[in-house]
Design a binder for this molecule. Structure first.
Ligand code: ATP
Ligand code: MG
Length: 331
């Protein structure tokens, strides 16, 4: 039977340095989990409409919509959560205030939302994570979970711990009462084995460093670190022995020229030396990537690699990335 590396996780939060592929990986992970007949909710919390762009649909309203069918028949729904929608939802759930009714409209007109988030900047995160948690624990009428899993395209590494560590954020503000209860309940889910926070990185110095720092911060806040997803991996184009020689500046230039001759080219000195210096650059990059892999390996977390795609990321490539995540056991 198929077992994923995170069998207990129903909430997958994807973070990583800006631009490393969070949105792409979150979408691929949602497809991977949905494969074979599951229902998965893919959410974003930063008001960027990245999911709609990726799935090439109109901007997502504050409403769960089906955006893709997974291989084998699962469904991926998407939701762009914004703090105002989440606040109205919250008032509806706890005070039976209709989101479209007059009180909600009045609140909006009075600027209640701006007021609340200005007084308590952390409130916005409590509302966003509260909505995520609601989707995780929501049941259908027959008592089964509404979603098998929720995947969050999360804030970048530099903000993820603050974003999830809401009890700390709210600590000074609400010591008792409904907001305190709400944030305690959300925190309990976020800290449980139901949650896994995955980090996306590239094999470059800055993203690797942010990943190491991010794991340390999440761990210190007792938030469950999931896997490390190394995105946009390039295969070395030279065999290991040549890489080592090139990096050490011991590239056999005569052999290179001979190889070019064999390939039917008439190499002049300029061509040979240009190629040799490119080989050195390549070898240095591969060596840097290896050092990145070593640092990430020291984290002792499950890790996954996705290739650098040569064309723009479309639905077809998301399916392919999803398949690779499944093969490697993330989903
Ligand atoms: N494996 C890959 N191969 C090639 N291109 C990729 C790959 N993964 C992501 N990309 C591209 O890199 C860019 C950044 O990816 P993405 O938007 O997923 O990153 P992000 O971390 O969500 O960025 P942001 O921090 O801006 O939200 C996009 O253009 C995406 O199509
Ligand atoms: Mg993004």
């Amino acid at each position: 039977m198929w077992v994923s590396d995170f069998p207990g996780a129903r909430l997958h939060v994807v973070t990583g340095k800006g631009g490393t592929g969070k949105t792409t990986v979150a979408a691929a992970l949602a497809l991977a989990i949905a494969a074979g007949g599951k229902r998965v909710l893919l959410t974003e919390v930063e008001g960027r409409q990245g999911i709609a762009q990726l799935f090439d649909t109109a901007p997502l309203p504050y409403e769960e919509r089906k955006v893709a069918v997974a291989p084998g028949g699962g469904d991926v729904y998407a939701l762009a959560i914004d703090p105002e929608g989440a606040l109205l939802d919250y008032l509806h759930m706890f005070y039976r205030l209709s989101p479209s009714g007059i009180p909600a409209r009045t609140l909006r007109r009075m600027g209640a939302f701006e007021f609340a988030t200005t007084v308590a900047p952390g409130l916005s995160d409590v509302l966003l994570t509260g909505k995520v948690k609601e989707a995780v624990i929501r049941k259908q009428k027959d008592g089964t979970p509404a979603y098998d899993a929720v995947v969050v395209d999360g804030p970048p590494t530099g903000r993820i711990t603050r974003f999830l560590n809401i009890s700390h954020e709210m600590g000074g503000l609400a010591k008792v009462g409904p907001i305190k209860n709400q944030s305690d309940n959300v925190m309990a889910v976020l800290r449980s084995a139901q949650t896994a926070v995955h980090l996306v990185t590239l094999l470059e110095e800055m993203p690797v460093q942010e990943t190491l720092d991010g794991v340390a911060e999440l761990t210190a806040a007792q938030l469950p670190v999931g896997g490390v997803i190394v995105n946009a991996v390039r295969e070395p184009v030279l065999p290991a022995a040549d890489l080592a020689a090139a990096e050490a500046g011991r590239l056999d230039v005569a052999a290179l020229a001979a190889g070019l001759k064999e390939a039917g080219l008439e190499p002049d000195e300029a061509l040979v030396s240009a190629l040799a210096s490119e080989a050195v650059d390549h070898a240095q990059r591969v060596a840097l990537e290896e050092r990145g892999r070593d640092s990430l390996g020291a984290l002792q977390r499950p890790s996954y690699e996705l290739p650098l795609l040569t064309q723009a990321v479309d639905l077809g490539s998301l399916y392919r990335l999803a398949e690779l995540l499944r093969e490697q056991g993330l989903a």
